[in-house]
Design a protein around this ligand. Structure first.
Ligand SMILES: Cc1ncc(COP(=O)(O)O)c(C=O)c1O
Length: 422
């Protein structure tokens, strides 16, 4: 892979050569057009190789052995933590906790911080555009503690209703839990404004970075975020690893969520003392090799440059709106391309053909898109639809692939027009 200095166009062909799966030929000899990156991304050889090398040369359990191999794998695991720290500009490595993914990170905050800090007179503020991972843990917290969960509505354009946010934010709000980028609409939320206002009323802010950390620069100190959650598999890393960043004084004050090995300083038959950060939140054997793979994915992201990736995805998104818009009968959900991330959700008028039929017919042409509610049922309900089709881009996608999507969709449209006539 060639290095691309920040802001220069990507050398997409050389990037694609790093991803073995992208040259796959599917059923009927059609090449794979992978446009399901919001669900999960593909991995370059460098990430796969880093994990193979670890298993072949350096693998043992971490922080436990007094032997050479254990030291090696511990060093690699902690180097990966340092790469995460640098990526999000966390003040210290102790504030970077490895989890199994965004869902586990948010659940950790809901249990550990939530159970200790909220009650019936408090409120948690979420938004109508959240992924179920940033809704259900708060509903469960409400069941346990009586805290009220309020939600900020979404405008017809697919942006957050900031006037409503101002009205809902109050001294009762203990936490605002919000996604940086909607996994359906692609909307980019105004985190600076939200965090400043939340802090002014004394509320904390948890940022769901699942759809932003892989695509844009997120600096937790510049943002002044209290918690940040994201997943390795959405940023070219393996599944099974994710990150919870939390400000040190918050993590220090929070009781551990899971109990077991590694998270303790001392155990007696009648009690225990928790370990220091970050071990306190990493009970049991952690995702050692996935974390090392995530470190390699961060190296790859840095070599390409997040600014260049964001620019490339904006270009593909604008091009997709232009090409798909020519079909005439598509309805897009979310703001115009200039105001969003590389996610394009759409449906045909009256949802005929249904999003699932679209995805199945596109699959025959090798085009992989997602269909359904994308784990955002309340958002789909708000737009009075039960399903959409979603194309989502990453650094290795091309305009030619967008053309293939548009051509395949034109084919779907024709098939259904013929069926209706016949
Ligand atoms: C915005 C958002 N939050 C949370 C998640 C959950 O991520 P994971 O399944 O990796 O825990 C996703 C996954 O699609 C997402 O898009």
């Amino acid at each position: 892979m060639n290095q691309s200095p920040s802001g220069t166009p990507l050398d997409v062909e050389s990037i694609r050569a790093d991803f073995p799966i992208l040259s796959k030929v599917l059923h009927d000899g059609v090449p794979l057009v992978y446009l399901d990156n919001a669900a999960t991304t593909q991995r370059p050889r460098q990430v796969i190789q880093a994990m193979v090398d670890t298993y072949e040369q350096h693998y043992a359990n971490v922080h436990r052995g007094i032997h050479w191999l254990s030291d090696q794998s511990t060093d690699l695991y902690e180097e990966a933590r340092e790469k995460v720290r640098a990526l999000i500009n966390a003040p210290s490595r102790e504030e970077v906790v490895f989890t199994t993914g965004t869902t586990a990170s948010i659940n950790t905050v809901a249990h550990s911080w939530g159970d200790a800090n909220v009650g019936p007179s408090d409120e948690i503020l979420v938004t109508e555009m959240e992924h179920h991972s940033n809704l259900v843990p708060w509903h469960q917290l409400a069941q346990r503690t009586g805290v009220a969960v309020r939600h900020v509505p979404v405008t017809d354009q697919g942006t957050l209703d900031m006037e409503a946010f101002d009205g809902l934010l109050s001294e009762r709000t203990r936490l605002v839990a919000i996604t940086a980028v909607s996994n359906v609409l692609g909307s980019i939320n105004p985190l600076d404004e939200i965090i400043t206002k939340a802090h002014a009323t004394g509320a904390l802010v948890l940022v769901d970075g699942a759809q932003s950390v892989p695509h844009q620069t997120i600096d937790v100190q510049a943002l002044d975020a209290d918690f940040l959650a994201f997943s390795g598999h959405k940023m070219m890393g393996p599944s099974g690893v994710g990150v919870l960043y939390g400000r040190r004084e918050l993590l220090d004050a929070m009781p551990p969520f899971l109990g077991g090995g590694s998270m303790i300083r001392r155990v007696r038959l009648d009690g225990y003392e928790p370990a220091d950060l970050p071990a306190k939140f990493e009970a049991g054997t952690p995702p050692i090799v996935p974390a090392i793979g995530l470190g390699a994915a961060i190296d790859y992201l840095n070599a390409v440059g997040l600014d260049s990736i964001a620019r490339h995805e904006h270009d593909l998104t604008a091009y997709a709106h232009q090409q798909l818009g020519q079909l005439g009968s598509l309805r897009f959900l979310g703001p115009p391309p200039a105001e969003k991330s590389g996610i394009v959700s759409f449906l045909f008028e009256n949802n005929r053909p249904h999003a699932h039929d679209i995805a199945q017919l596109l699959d025959r042409q090798g085009v992989a898109v997602r269909a359904g509610h994308h784990c955002a049922m309340p958002l789909h309900k708000r737009f009075k639809v039960n399903a959409t089709a979603r194309a989502s881009f990453y650094l290795y996608n091309t305009r030619a692939e967008v053309d293939q999507l548009a051509e395949a969709l034109a084919g779907v449209q024709q098939v259904f027009r013929r069926r209706r006539r016949g």
